[in-house]
Design a protein around this ligand. Sequence first.
Ligand code: ADP
Length: 431
Amino acid sequence: MYFRLSVKSIFTRLLTILSISVLFGFIIGQPLLVLCISSLALLCWHYHHLLKLVKWLWRSKTISPPQSEGVWGRIYDGLYRQIRQHRHKQKQLNDRIRKFRDGAEALPDAALVLSDELTILWGNKKAQRILGIRWPSDVGQRIDNLIRFPEFSKYLEVGNFEQPCHIISPVNSELQLELRLMAYGSDQVLFLARDVSKIKRLEEMRRDFVANVSHELKTPLTVVRGYVEMILATEHALDPHWQKAFSTIETQVSRMDRLVEQLLVLSRVENHADAEDKQLVDMPRLIRGLVEDATWLNQDKQHEITADIADDLLVDGIETELKSACLNLISNAIAYTSAHGNVHISWLLSGNKVKFSVKDNGPGIRPEHVNRITERFFRVDKSRSRDTGGSGLGLSIVKHVLYHHNAELAIESQWGEGSEFIIYFEAINRF
Ligand code: ADP
């Protein structure tokens, strides 16, 4: 129903009332008096309804308007209609908010909605349990005032939210949490905290298991190898058939020994994440040493090994780990590039990063394998890798070392033309 109050209709009504009053005034001989009385009555009637309206708007607890006739009745109806529409929209909005909250409560993670200034707007019950957020007293507090961990403050400062941040729960030191932040709506941030204690415990068990097994295998392998070498040293006492068998045993035991050694390095690198062990590493000296060793060990294949090393670039890190990572990349280039190929090693500034690169003109890596070669035990060509003594662990070691050093590995390779393995280091220190 739609009611139109036009100027024309107002005037028509007013004129009708006033004309009737004047006519009645003429009949009783007092037109002016009757006109004044009827105007006053009209004014009183409007004021009366105005007061009723104010009383209903400000003091009444019901939403139904007072009963009235005529134009005021229409006004009340219009207002009532508006209030009902508003209530209906409010109810729909509340339903939506309730559904969102139910959804957030059903999440297995702790969820907080933050403003773009990282102050808390809302949180689910799990956030209260595992992050110790108090509801509603912590609303409006900045999240880093409540979660006070240096790694979390640094995470917010750096602002790279693609990677999660790991902390111990502020309320239970046995819980390990993985935190993620993501932009949400136009000016809000969704903060999720997941309990990853079980996964971390399993990872730790796996790492300990591999480290223990590798360690236990080391002694028997050394003993077997020693005996085989001893037997081979007396080769004139053996007939050719046994000689062949023993040299095969020696090759295989050496392979196993290398594998065990690499597994031990990998678990050492995985468990070793102490920032305190880091110090300024003289990378130019370290790389020059590796280049010399590579040239010396490369007598068989006669590669042309060249180097371009900037003298004044150092990094903060763990020297043994950095050496292991660089050595792995150089050994791979030598192992996979055929005889008389080129290997170029460089240590240079690239933008605001320091770049260690090993470039070869070997077989290259197919694009579909590039993303997988840093996986444990992944080898592109198993038989060739076996010939080179490869275990598929070298690049996993590199990956873990780089993770400790906030460095990144980039692989650029053209199938059939060669590969370049590049490490970008963040920290730069000059002499
Ligand atoms: P491996 O001990 O087998 O060398 P890595 O983890 O070091 O193990 O390397 C994984 C795989 O990546 C290798 O098996 C090889 O196929 C490939 N690869 C590594 N470096 C090179 C390279 N410079 N050129 C071609 N392929 C390479």
